[in-house]
Unconditional design. Structure first.
Length: 137
């Protein structure tokens, strides 16, 4: 029986699983919304929350700890400069999981995981570009 065994193995060995988590955290912080399987998203939630909490701390030590998990310096810079200040008053629960579809082939439950607080500047740019392209037509 698997009593008190925390975490999911996801059919991978330890190094592969840790690399997968690092890739997913980096992608989520970079794009602020990704689509993945439900099991991966549930594991990703806690890791992303820890990275945002480090970003809220803002110290050099926190930045170095974030660099251990996040793969690129640009994404760490974005985490500390843009993402973490948006969550300054929020005590936790920085991500949201939305069920989207079943994947063809293996019928795995797919979900979109996104940051709760949207970046207004990115949203405004997408809206402006969408309306300007409609006017051009």
């Amino acid at each position: 029986m698997r009593h008190q065994k925390n975490g999911r193995k996801l059919g991978r060995n330890t190094k592969h699983r840790k690399a997968l988590y690092r890739n997913l955290v980096t992608a989520l912080l970079e794009h602020e919304r990704i689509e993945t399987t439900e099991a991966k998203a549930k594991e990703l939630r806690g890791l992303t929350d820890k990275m945002i909490t480090l970003g809220k701390d803002g110290s050099l030590h926190a930045r170095r700890q974030a660099l251990r998990m996040v793969q690129t310096k640009e994404v760490v810079e974005k985490l500390f400069r843009d993402v973490a200040p948006r969550f300054q008053i929020r005590a936790g629960g920085y991500t949201r999981i939305i069920k989207t579809r079943r994947r063809p082939g293996d019928a795995a439950e797919m979900v979109a995981i996104e940051l709760v607080e949207k970046d207004e500047s990115v949203h405004a740019e997408q809206t402006v570009s969408a309306t300007s392209s409609e006017r051009a037509s």
